[in-house]
Design a protein around this ligand. Sequence first.
Ligand SMILES: [Zn+2]
Length: 179
Amino acid sequence: MQRPAWSRFSVKRLAVVAVAAGVLAWLIPPIDRFGYSSVCDRCGKHQSVRGWRTPLTYATLFQRTTERDTPLSKWLTQTGIVPSHTHRWSGAHHNVVAYVNAESDDVVKLVEAAHRFGEIELRDKLLRGTFDPEYSRTVQLLTTLMPPEGFADADAFHAWMAEESWIIKNMLPQSPPGR
Ligand SMILES: [Zn+2]
């Protein structure tokens, strides 16, 4: 039995639409997801941005920004060393070590010891170095050279400073901190 003419036409049209949709789907990439993380180079807070954007034109369809404290930002806020400020976000891709430093309990231990034992100049150099791509690895290195039991008193801290004086003198920022 022969099919009516309208039915054949419809099937043909459906097939054309299906092929066209297939070609389009192949040509146009799916909705582009994006995301990046940053660290504030003044207080060490983390910021993460996640979203979706259109393919080709990269227009943002949806975006969510979240901020969270790190061990370093918590300590800096509690002590009031970094006053209230507008965060200065620096991309993690720009300095991934700064991103890691802000998250490190050992960096807090070292900066806190310098603060507690009155080595304010060293404390500020360490803080500046933490976020500076040129020096952030030095701060990381110094944390690995701390005694595992920490610093019992000012004498212990000053003895350690004398031991690591070459690194402190030559591998940390020397100019006054700009904070
Ligand atoms: Zn900040």
